[in-house]
Design a protein around this ligand. Sequence first.
Ligand code: AMP
Length: 331
Amino acid sequence: METVVSGIRSTGMLHLGNYFGAVKNFIKMQHDYNCFFFIADYHSLTTHPASADLHANVKQVLVEYLACGIDPGKSTIYIQSDLPETAELYLLLNMNAYTGELERSVTFKEKVKAQPDNVNAGLLTYPVLMAADILIHRAVKVPVGKDQQQHLEMARTFANRFNRMYKIELFPESFAFNFGTDLVKVPGLDGSGKMGKSEGEGNAIFLADSPDVIRKKVMRAVTDAGPTQPNQKKPEAIENIFSIMKLVSPDQTFRHFDDTYNNCTIRYGDMKKQLAEDIIAFTAPLREKILELSSDEKYIHRVATEGAAKARESARKTMSEARKAIGFLSF
Ligand code: AMP
């Protein structure tokens, strides 16, 4: 059975981008693959080095994974920092990751712009830690959104380099995976291109947002003055509401508004009202489950503990071979 790994940073609640880019595939994959899904709390330190809410955020993501339908009986769900083997592999991979190639990462360049006062080494080596997350379980498939494509390429580079350098066939090549043909990119409501946790107020719809908050965010979504010519291409700022509608609304609703855009009769206010109601219908059962599970401390403890044990078993096997290949032998 092929092994699958993926994770989400614990910097806040899950949004629609996380759901459609990653979690939706997790739920489907768990039936046919050996799945490891983790909460990336080491990674969160690259942007939030001293978060007072770290533990609460980790719990929130864990609860949201479960509420979305990840079944701890089928998949291994764990917290990244419960697996020190990942940190060890990260160290080993760092020795053969070159600063030049890391500096070329698009995400690194974006982060340098976003947080010029905290361009830390963790940001630069983010793709190495991500490679360690994947390679520690020797996964071949990684369900992620389109934004992670370049990181996956780097993970393949590091895996092949390790194998070549230490003359071992330890790490397989891993590929980004989506059940549809293309990787998903969910745009933000502010027309900035990507839905994300740290992209500012009003950019993201979170699975746990209340109906009122969802209505407010959607009604404030960026639009333009409207189409002036039939069938004109939609500018990026307008793609936001159409792309999200395509994901949450019935096909005929999407087609209706697409047709009105194409014949220049669209009223964005009507479209937004419909979109807000369709998002609410989509997130309501998830939100209910999130609230219900949040108070079940015993269950949360059990899932995290059992997940950590299963993940470490897999990680220890990889690390034992990696150490041997390099020449770290016991006396
Ligand atoms: P992050 O929240 O950045 O840790 O991302 C966790 C997962 O969600 C990764 O697989 C990302 O590719 C995916 N993801 C995050 N934002 C989006 C988005 N706007 N569209 C599609 N996938 C996304």
